[in-house]
Ligand binder design. Structure first.
Ligand SMILES: C[S@@+](CC[C@H](N)C(=O)[O-])C[C@H]1O[C@@H](n2cnc3c(N)ncnc32)[C@H](O)[C@@H]1O
Length: 236
C-alpha cells in the first residue's frame, strides 16, 4: 500500500482536507495510508524544544537537527524517498508526482520557523521540494498538496482511468477548456464542434485549444513541448 509519513510539529492538521473527497474515500478504503509523526515527541528537554536561535544571528528560529534527526530515523526505516518541503527546493512537477505515485510512498518533513538546520538535510539525504515560488508559514499545506497530487493517481482512486491521461501536463500541454449544460448561458453558447458528435473534430479542436492555451499562458512549457516535439519524443 502507498504510504505517506508526515513529520510535523502540528500533527492535528492531518488528515485535514486529505480526509475528504477522493483522497479521503481512498484513505478510508485502505488504498493509501497516512502516518503522522509529531516531531516534538523526539525532543528530550523539559520544554520539548524543537527549535533554537540561528547560528550567526538574525531573525526567527531554526529546527534543531538532533530532534529532527531522531524523528526521521524512527520513521524512515524503509526505501521511501525522504522529502523536505522547502521554498528552496526543486519545483514539484507532474512528472515527479507520477514517479512518486508509482513508488512505495513518501516520507515528508514539514519545516517551520526559518527552516531546518542544513546538517540534517545532508545527513538524512532529504530531497528539497517546493510547491511554488512563494513562502508558506509551514510545510504542512505543501505536504498535503503533494500527497493529494500523488493519491489521485493511485490505481482505482480516480473515476475513469483516462482522467489523468488527458489532464494538464500529461503531454506537456495545459488542458483544453471544458463546457457543460446549459447549451446557452448568459448569451454564450458551447462551441458548436463539441455538440457535433464528430469525435475526430472534437479531438482536433481540443488539441488545438490545448496548444493555444499553453502557448499563450506558459511560454516555458510551450518551448519545452516544441523541443520534445522536434526531437521526435512527445512524452519524453
Ligand atoms: C516560513 S517558511 C521558511 C522560509 C525560509 N526562511 C526561506 O526564506 O526560504 C517555513 C517552512 O514552510 C515550508 N514552506 C514554505 N514555503 C514553501 C514552498 N513554497 N514549498 C514548500 N514548502 C514551503 C518549508 O517547510 C519551510 O521550512
Amino acid at each position: 500500500m502507498w504510504r505517506a509519513s508526515v513529520l510535523t510539529i502540528f500533527p492535528d492538521m492531518f488528515p485535514g482536507p486529505l480526509g475528504t473527497s477522493l483522497a479521503g474515500k481512498a484513505l478510508a478504503s485502505g488504498a493509501w495510508g497516512l502516518d503522522v509523526v509529531d516531531i516534538r515527541a523526539f525532543a528530550t528537554d523539559k520544554h520539548r524544544s524543537v527549535d533554537d536561535t540561528p547560528a550567526g544571528g538574525g531573525p526567527g528560529m531554526v529546527m534543531k537537527p538532533d530532534v529532527l534527526g531522531r524523528a526521521i530515523d524512527a520513521t524512515a526505516t524503509d526505501e521511501r524517498p525522504r522529502l523536505l518541503l522547502s521554498p528552496r527546493g526543486a519545483p514539484l512537477v507532474q512528472e515527479r508526482v507520477d514517479q512518486l505515485s508509482r513508488g512505495p510512498g513518501v516520507v515528508l518533513v514539514c519545516g517551520r520557523f526559518e527552516g531546518v538546520d542544513e546538517r540534517v538535510i545532508a545527513a538524512r539525504g532529504l530531497e528539497e521540494v517546493s510547491i511554488g515560488d512563494y513562502v508558506l508559514s509551514g510545510g504542512e499545506i505543501a505536504a498535503m498538496a503533494l500527497i493529494d497530487a500523488c493519491v489521485r493517481l493511485l490505481p482505482g482512486v480516480m473515476g475513469a482511468p483516462t482522467s489523468s491521461a488527458e489532464e494538464s501536463f500529461a503531454d506537456g500541454l495545459l488542458e483544453y477548456p471544458h463546457y457543460t449544460r446549459p447549451q446557452l448561458w448568459e448569451g454564450v453558447a458551447i462551441p458548436e464542434v463539441l455538440t457535433s458528435g464528430d469525435h475526430g473534430k472534437i479531438a482536433a479542436w481540443r488539441r488545438a485549444e490545448a496548444e493555444r492555451l499553453t502557448r499563450e499562458r506558459r511560454p516555458d512549457l510551450w518551448a519545452a513541448f516544441l523541443r520534445r516535439f522536434r526531437s521526435g519524443s512527445r512524452t519524453g
